[in-house]
Design a protein around this ligand. Structure first.
Ligand code: NAD
Ligand code: TYD
Length: 367
């Protein structure tokens, strides 16, 4: 009898745990969010749903893959009946949605994948949540992780606030804007409990080297040209990825249903200045003469429709939910450089195979 009760008790406990579906957990930001939730919250059951596209990599999660409260599920959010059946089977009561096609240059080259994953994939999750949550909705949350790029491009002196009008200008940002609108529509129309955050550019460990910082570090290390789009005058607001994961944690637990929170580093850099800083750090780390790495800087054809400047005002998040970035940029960048230098195997594995084809296509004839 005692045995029977304890199994029943176990089942009951498993069902009373928060059952959180994290999508895109094998990607850059998603892997930091999964790691944080699995390690900080042993009482939550974390399911990581990821298609493992070129950007998804289970090596990002080796340190948590054996945890009792973690399960990986390989699957595609674009497959509607699959997503529905997963919700019906596993009874998720919370979603943290990060799965997306995330690179602007790829969206210029092939927009349809962005429409499918970022828009259709998001609606599939919203529908599954709406159908499955029913009367339990008060206990549930659909957290949509988005980008500041939905707001468009800024002139000097302005900042994005939560009420800034949407003005997306690339297929990537338009697809994310569309998904944000749909999430809000499900809140307004069906009362689905949602929260959205729009974050600035992230940097840190495990970022795929199609994005500026890991691409530049990898090229410097291998003494390859550093491709700078246009004149290098575009400005981005950089946030350490673990600080973004911390913001997602705070918003997940304390964010108001139906609200949007901007997340950013108040840390603006012109691309060319940031690249020069990385060159200097790498000269030191690689034991090269000062100025050696900067010789690799090569100005190439500008990105089509290249947004000039992004900069976030995160005062709502700081004021209402008491979040603030934990690291100074210098410290975060030094940590990041050290991680890439110490993880050559990771870099070699993600840059083998299809990366070379991508690189050739993107940069082969860009001058
Ligand atoms: P990423 O490209 O590194 O990872 C995306 C993950 O989603 C990958 O693991 C991939 O396999 C998975 N995925 C893609 N299509 C899928 C599909 N159809 N079904 C299931 N899984 C799929 O992206 P990231 O940089 O970690 O960004 C994560 C989220 O954060 C995205 O929604 C992005 O828009 C948003 N965001 C990113 C940044 C940034 O600076 N990187 C800033 C703000 C917001
Ligand atoms: P990226 O990391 O692609 O992020 P996003 O475009 O989403 O902000 O690019 C950051 C900035 O760096 C952006 O202004 C484009 C620029 N950039 C280059 O100059 N060269 C490159 O090879 C890449 C990938 C980006």
């Amino acid at each position: 009898m005692g045995m029977v009760r304890s199994i029943r008790e176990k089942k009951r406990l498993a069902l009373t745990k928060k059952r959180i579906l994290i999508t895109g957990g094998a990607g850059f930001i998603g892997s930091h969010v999964v790691r944080r939730f699995v390690t900080l919250y042993p009482d939550y059951q974390i399911y990581n749903l990821d298609k493992l596209t070129y950007a998804g990599n289970l090596e990002n999660l080796l340190d948590v893959e054996a945890a009792d409260n973690y399960e990986f599920i390989k699957g595609d959010i674009v497959d509607r009946s699959y997503v529905n059946s997963l919700f019906a089977d596993l009874k998720f009561d919370h979603v943290i949605h990060l799965a997306a096609e995330s690179h602007v240059d790829r969206s210029i080259e092939s927009p349809m994948e962005f429409i499918e994953t970022n828009i259709i994939g998001t609606v599939n999750l919203l529908e599954a949540a709406r159908m499955n949550w029913g009367d339990n909705e008060a206990e549930c949350l659909f957290y949509h992780v988005s980008t500041d790029e939905v707001y468009g491009s800024l002139e000097q002196g302005e900042l994005f606030v939560e009420s800034t009008s949407y003005d997306p200008r690339s297929p990537y940002s338009a697809s994310k804007a569309s998904s944000d609108h749909l999430v809000r529509a499900y809140h307004n129309t069906y009362g689905l409990p949602v929260v959205i955050s729009n974050c600035s550019n992230n940097y840190g460990s495990h970022q795929f080297p199609e994005k500026l910082i890991p691409l530049v570090l990898n090229n410097i290390k291998n003494e390859m040209e550093i491709p700078v789009y246009g004149k290098g005058e575009n400005v981005r607001d950089w946030l350490f990825v673990e600080d973004h994961a911390g913001a997602i944690d705070v918003i997940f637990h304390n964010g108001q249903r139906g609200e949007t929170y901007n997340v950013g580093g108040s840390n603006e850099w012109k691309n060319i200045d940031l690249i020069n800083v990385m060159c200097n750090i790498m000269d030191e780390k690689m034991g090269r003469a000062k100025g050696e790495s900067a010789k690799l800087i090569t100005f190439v054809k500008d990105r089509a429709g290249h947004d000039l400047r992004y900069a976030i005002d995160s005062s709502k998040l700081q004021r209402d939910l008491k979040w603030k970035p934990s690291l100074q940029f210098e410290e975060g960048l030094a940590k990041t450089v050290d991680w890439y230098l110490a993880n050559e195997k990771w870099m070699n594995s993600v840059t083998s195979g299809s990366y070379n084809d991508y690189y050739e296509k993107q940069y082969g004839d860009s001058r």
